[in-house]
Design a protein around this ligand. Structure first.
Ligand code: SF4
Length: 379
């Protein structure tokens, strides 16, 4: 009697455990299907399959867009926070998700020799493939794409908005256009069809093949040449100098317009040797006509204890670069009228600016009164 009661009890416990086990299996199955459905939905609606990647074994992928070459397992997200492996395919997570949008004077990018005095419809998506400790836009560059914060704007909507604003160009800027590559390409193709120019403000930390594809649709590049030694790049940006120099040569060979910015940071890249080396390299490899902007650092992000660059440092940097033979050298983020003006040979004023604003343009179809052609695109 006692034994049969115990057996019944164990039998019911056994049934109960099995019930829970099968319930859980079923839940997992349903959950997995929902998860996959959700991913498929997202793929169709928001995410864009990435360009420049290769499929590896076991659903791994290798991203070939930038020199990091992230190898990602299923579900993993790249260093830039905006490219994800989903079931063996790489997707851009920030496609059409706009994190910042503004209408800026093109001088603010800064471009001083490309359609001066015009407006650039400026757009950014989240993410970056560098980790600059002094990033001025870290609130968008150092995060992933977000459905709740970012605004959805298709390439067509972007181009329509730019046309409506009266801007002459779309600037892909603020964060790092390399990591919203597919959005740039699709938007730039459409923009060109509608008569708008495309300008890219980038670190140049991109592989040559995707860069060559990008160049087909872009009219002007502003490259941040952040320093001139590998140690600086590694310590302050987590990137590398060599790929950036390579990008500059590729763009130069393509004959696209280039301007270079060097943010001068006290104690990091402000030595005479640094400034002289970077100026020499530009002259020898890109030519003396490429405009160079030495700009002032302000304490920001992880470098709030470093003081701002002094005005004198920037004036000296400009002088060194001009002594090395560069023709168009500017200072930025300081009040220095001489360093904001473009001069013709003989020191006549070609274009006068104050800060980001054009005061007077004395050029006629890009030529000085004596007929000398100034480097750039002026109409
Ligand atoms: S673009 Fe992003 S995912 Fe691709 S290699 Fe660079 S950091 Fe990695």
């Amino acid at each position: 009697m006692i034994n049969s009661l115990y057996l019944k009890k164990y039998f019911y416990v056994f049934l109960f455990i099995n019930f829970i086990f099968f319930l859980e299996l079923g839940y997992k199955k349903i959950f997995a299907e929902e998860d996959i459905k959700d991913k498929k939905f997202k793929k169709e609606s928001n995410f864009k399959e990435a360009m420049f990647y290769e499929k590896l074994k076991d659903k791994k992928v290798k991203c070939n867009l930038c020199p990091r070459g992230c190898v990602l397992k299923d579900g993993e997200i790249g260093f830039c926070r905006v490219r994800q492996n989903m079931e063996g395919m790489l997707y851009s997570l920030n496609y059409s998700k706009v994190a910042a949008i503004n209408i800026d004077p093109i001088e603010k990018k800064p471009f001083f020799h490309f359609l001066p005095g015009t407006k650039a419809f400026s757009v950014a998506c989240a993410g970056c493939n560098l980790r600059c400790k002094y990033c001025q836009n870290w609130d968008i560059s150092q995060r992933g794409a977000s459905d709740s914060i970012d605004r959805f704007l298709s390439p067509k909507e972007l181009v329509d908005a730019a046309l409506k604003s009266g801007a002459k160009s779309i600037a892909y800027t603020y964060s790092e256009p390399t990591v919203f590559y597919e959005y740039v390409i699709d938007s730039a193709k459409l923009a060109r069809e509608k008569g708008l120019k495309n300008v890219v403000v980038t670190s140049g930390f991109i592989n040559p093949e995707p860069l060559k594809e990008l160049i087909k649709y872009v009219d002007a590049f502003k490259i941040d040449l952040k320093g001139f030694n590998e140690g600086f790049y590694l310590k302050y940006t987590s990137g590398g100098l060599k790929p950036v120099l390579e990008s500059l040569k590729v763009i130069k060979n393509s004959k696209r317009h280039i301007e270079i910015v060097n943010l001068v940071i006290p104690g990091a890249n402000d030595s005479e040797e640094d400034i002289r080396s970077v100026s020499k390299w530009i002259k020898e490899n890109l030519g003396p006509e490429i405009p160079v902007h030495f700009t002032r650092f302000y304490p920001n992000y992880l470098m709030t204890q470093t003081p701002p660059t002094s005005k004198n440092t920037l004036i000296v940097a400009r002088k060194i670069a001009m002594d090395e033979g560069l023709k168009y050298v500017y200072t930025g983020n300081i009040d220095n009228p001489e360093g904001e003006t473009t001069y013709c040979p003989g020191n006549k004023i070609a274009i006068e600016r104050r800060g980001f604003f054009l005061l007077k343009n004395n050029l006629n179809k890009g030529k000085c009164p004596d007929g000398t052609k100034i480097y750039g695109v002026f109409e």
